[in-house]
Design a protein around this ligand. Sequence first.
Ligand SMILES: Cc1cc2nc3c(=O)[nH]c(=O)nc-3n(C[C@H](O)[C@H](O)[C@H](O)COP(=O)(O)OP(=O)(O)OC[C@H]3O[C@@H](n4cnc5c(N)ncnc54)[C@H](O)[C@@H]3O)c2cc1C
Length: 387
Amino acid sequence: MLREETGADHAFRMDARVWLAQNLDPSLRDLPGRPDPERMLNWCRRLHAKGWLVPHWPRAYGGSELTPVQQLILYEEQARAGVPEISLQGINHIGPILIRFGSEDQKRRHLPPILDGKVIWCQGYSEPGAGSDLAGLRTRAVVDGDHLVINGSKIWTTWGHYAHWMFALVRTSAPELRRNAITFVLIDMASPGITRRPIKTIAGEDELAEIFFDNVRVPIENVVLGIGQGWAVATELLNEERLRGSNPSFALKALWRLRRLAAYTGIDRDLGVRDRLAALEIEAEAVSASYLDLMETVDDSNVASADSSFIKIIGTEVTQRITEAMQELAGPLAAVEHSVPYDGRQVDFSGLPLQARRLSILGGTNEIQRSLIASRVLQLPRGGTRA
Ligand SMILES: Cc1cc2nc3c(=O)[nH]c(=O)nc-3n(C[C@H](O)[C@H](O)[C@H](O)COP(=O)(O)OP(=O)(O)OC[C@H]3O[C@@H](n4cnc5c(N)ncnc54)[C@H](O)[C@@H]3O)c2cc1C
């Protein structure tokens, strides 16, 4: 962290460092991908017992309301310790959205199982013809008594094949109404009529899934905010997703691995390599500082779209630059699929660079984020027109 730490913040950092050293099972350290669902949920339960699973949630809902500086320290210490990647759809996406928009029943039913590490959520936004243009989604839901009946499909659903619940966007009215016809609904993935098909990523993992809905009946009480009101919820969730998902942990984790790779291969004796590492460290620090600045200025009830777009672009692109350097500097070793032990830790040559390719696509591609900044902040004319 660039800022000078107060005594209390330093004590918090040391507590985090010691706790992680004592509680993070070595088999969970430095994984190139995610652990299996059961081990991941176990780790979530441990984090929650310490108050660090949802440090950003209000205390009233089981969070610990850590300050932005403390949250940043946690990201830094977790990256240093090599904690595993966890499924964020419950803790960063639907949790805060239900706190803001959910009914009392929805909060009572869905928030505690997220904290207790009992449930995995997935996000059903994208469809084969609706990714960047979400308003074009075609999965339909028709009201039948006190249920919605859903037909259609979703794609690129992270951990959709493991998830217990999905939050989804469905079309509840005529396509010409576009946004006002979209409803945000919570779907129990055990419902009859749901088929899931895993999709392998470039990193060779079953990270994604395609989901098919064939007359799936969902109680109307699972609709958030109201039928046809889904767009407001959906965009708010996307802002949260971009903001939280762009925290510096991935960049910092990559940086620690790059340092270990450089030491393992001995290339850090080369002055040119050292320069390159130093430049990347400065970039990662800049992401941390920008993230902290944003977290301190953003009003929790209103994450601006331009802010979340900005941090998403810089966070993901710096991470990709670090992992690209990792691949280049590894040379032929970049073709080695498995990590190797070094200095009590693992050095990973290819996993992380492949994992990082996805970051500039998910949550809305960086091209789209640039367009949003161009139109909403810079107020540039739209394509084809000249001022
Ligand atoms: C690893 C991973 C995990 C994901 N997880 C989820 C998930 O859990 N749930 C979910 O719902 N979705 C998920 N997604 C999907 C993701 O949100 C979409 O892939 C993304 O929004 C882009 O949509 P698309 O794939 O349809 O690409 P398209 O929208 O077809 O875009 C293709 C290319 O064209 C560019 N493009 C499109 N329109 C414009 C424009 N107007 N101006 C400039 N360029 C443009 C895009 O930037 C992109 O480069 C995930 C994706 C990945 C890669």
